[in-house]
Design a protein around this ligand. Structure first.
Ligand code: HEC
Length: 108
């Protein structure tokens, strides 16, 4: 592997770590509370678009909204999710991206 390629990998991981910590916010609740749900969410919901979409909706992120969003991703856009995965992701989103979540209270 060339030194250049190794440097690229380092940059990529550094960037992902920065994104992950920006999402966690003060107190890092999303990782601590969500456990596996967070990993599943990242795996299933970041293939078509950025996870910024969740931040934009967090202010209004009631459980009903996230249920509707996840259903829309499955039905309209064919996001590949089992029923159990969809439920787990709704749980995760309602907690981590709900109106009372740390990310939602950050003023922009
Ligand atoms: C198969 C591709 C695909 C996957 C996988 C996917 N989405 Fe989407 N998502 C889209 C498309 C297409 C749009 C709408 C187009 C746009 O605005 O870019 C969208 C838009 C959104 C929006 C913006 C609001 C809206 O309704 O347009 C949210 C929130 C969202 N997705 C959440 C999720 C979540 C949560 C998951 C994981 C369960 C997920 N997406 C997985 C394709 C996908």
């Amino acid at each position: 592997m060339s030194p250049c390629r190794i440097a690229m990998i380092g940059v990529t991981f550094g960037f992902l770590a920065a994104v992950a910590s920006a999402h966690a916010g003060p107190g890092a609740e999303p990782e601590a509370r969500a456990g596996d749900g967070r990993e599943l969410f990242v795996a299933r919901c970041s293939s078509c678009h950025s996870l910024d979409y969740m931040d934009m909706h967090a202010r209004f992120g009631t459980r009903a909204l996230w249920e509707a969003e996840v259903a829309k991703m499955r039905n309209a856009y064919k996001a590949p999710l089992s029923d159990d995965e969809a439920k787990a992701i709704v749980e995760y989103l309602a907690r981590a991206y709900g109106p009372a979540s740390p990310a939602a209270s950050v003023s922009r």
